[in-house]
Write a protein that binds this ligand. Structure first.
Ligand SMILES: Cc1cc2nc3c(=O)[nH]c(=O)nc-3n(C[C@H](O)[C@H](O)[C@H](O)COP(=O)(O)O)c2cc1C
Length: 367
């Protein structure tokens, strides 16, 4: 059997102890410099026998024990195994953004505070220190007072101020027209620009670094009038929906959103994934990972505002069961990975879709 050290590794010090993490499997391991040398030895596939010979100045038992521990910690992988293939895929898909991009994998499938936990349990998850101040204040001798302004009564400002995160939805279905409007307005191609170097590039209502548009969207249709319940991929170029295998259910939708039951009661979820290579191809530095995340924020806000303008109830969440979603979408979680989920329903206090945003209330106005 040939072994190879995982490429998805990062070493750091914790309380004076050297630790190695495999950021793909999220296993961490306390180690020492000699073991690091063993890992280096296996950076080209080799056998245990050859390692015992190479580290002949140490006892065979201690070298063998270290190798076994490294296998257990998935820092040494069996050459040709499924784990090794996955590790190799990260290395080839994410190469230019590693090791910094390891953050993406290290933070996947995090455990979340349960919605149904008693408040005392939730409080225990918080630090015991005081929360940091909500606003920054720079003391100045003569701060400039800005002129008071009335919130403009046009639909843009009304919509902006009416947007809220909803967690309570009516059982009513949303119309296919509304879903189509949301998809086209938020993720649809609005047109193309011709560039000298990069050819024809699409533009959308949200900006995208280098017009790379790495974000894809999948519709989880739970209650959409005129559309069979299911999961669909939105093909932005042609404005089409293609059904993908698998079932959509309220329970599954809630599970996607880290078991937040209220989001399973929405009429439709819009799952955003990133095809990192689109951005990485042009921007070879890991900083561009930030660009991808920033872009999902733009799209999320555009979605929420559009839904509000349509009289619908939007929400957004980043508390996600990444691997579960990726499995259901049939994506590998490496070259394409889930990043953000938005959703919509009919507001609980309204049985019908509204076409105009709710009127401004005092509580909606900025202080
Ligand atoms: C990136 C992001 C993640 C969020 N995740 C959740 C979530 O998991 N569950 C939830 O109920 N709300 C979530 N929210 C909504 C916030 O709780 C909400 O925006 C905040 O309380 C302010 O309320 P507002 O949106 O009505 O202004 C999220 C918002 C953002 C921007």
């Amino acid at each position: 059997m040939k072994l190879k050290s995982a490429s998805c590794q990062i070493a750091y010090w914790e309380s004076g102890k050297l630790r190695i993490a495999n950021y793909l499997t999220r296993r961490t391991f306390a180690t020492n410099p000699v073991t690091l040398d063993l890992i280096r030895f296996f950076s080209t596939p080799s056998t245990i026998q050859k390692a015992l010979a190479e580290f002949g100045s140490y006892s065979r038992e201690s070298v063998a024990a270290s190798i076994l521990k490294l296998i257990e910690a998935q820092l040494l992988l069996e050459h040709g195994s499924a784990e090794w293939e996955r590790d190799k895929q990260v290395e080839s898909s994410w190469g230019p953004w590693l090791p910094e991009g390891g953050f993406h994998f290290m933070t996947k499938d995090t455990p979340f505070v349960g919605v149904d936990w008693p408040i005392e349990e939730k409080m225990k998850a918080l630090p015991t220190t005081r929360a940091p101040p909500q606003f920054k204040r720079i003391a100045a001798a003569a701060p400039i007072r800005l002129p008071a302004h009335e919130v403009q009564a046009d639909t843009f400002f009304e919509t902006l101020h009416a947007r809220r995160t909803h967690r309570d939805f009516a059982k009513t279905a949303v119309s296919l027209e509304s879903v189509s409007n949301l998809l086209q307005t938020t993720w649809g191609v609005q047109g193309y620009v011709q560039t000298n170097v990069f050819g024809k590039l699409p533009y959308k209502t949200s900006p995208s670094g280098g017009a790379r548009h790495p974000i894809e969207v999948y519709l989880v249709a739970l209650r959409v009038k005129g559309l069979e319940r299911g999961i669909y991929h939105y093909q932005a170029r042609d404005n089409l929906l293609t059904k993908i295998p698998g079932k959509a259910s309220a329970r599954r939708a809630s599970a996607y959103c880290a078991d937040q039951p209220y989001f399973g009661e929405a009429a439709a979820l819009f799952v955003m994934t990133a095809v990192f290579a689109r951005t990485m191809w042009k921007y070879g530095r890991a900083r561009a990972y930030r660009v991808v995340l920033l872009e999902t924020g733009h799209l999320g806000q555009t979605f929420c505002l559009t839904a509000t303008r349509l009289g619908l109830a939007p929400f957004s969440t980043a508390a996600l069961k990444d691997s579960l979603i990726e499995k259901d979408l049939g994506i590998d979680g490496i070259s394409e990975s889930v990043v953000y989920v938005t959703g919509v329903g009919v507001p609980a206090n309204l049985a019908e879709n509204r076409t105009a945003p709710p009127p401004l209330r005092a509580g909606n106005r900025p202080a």
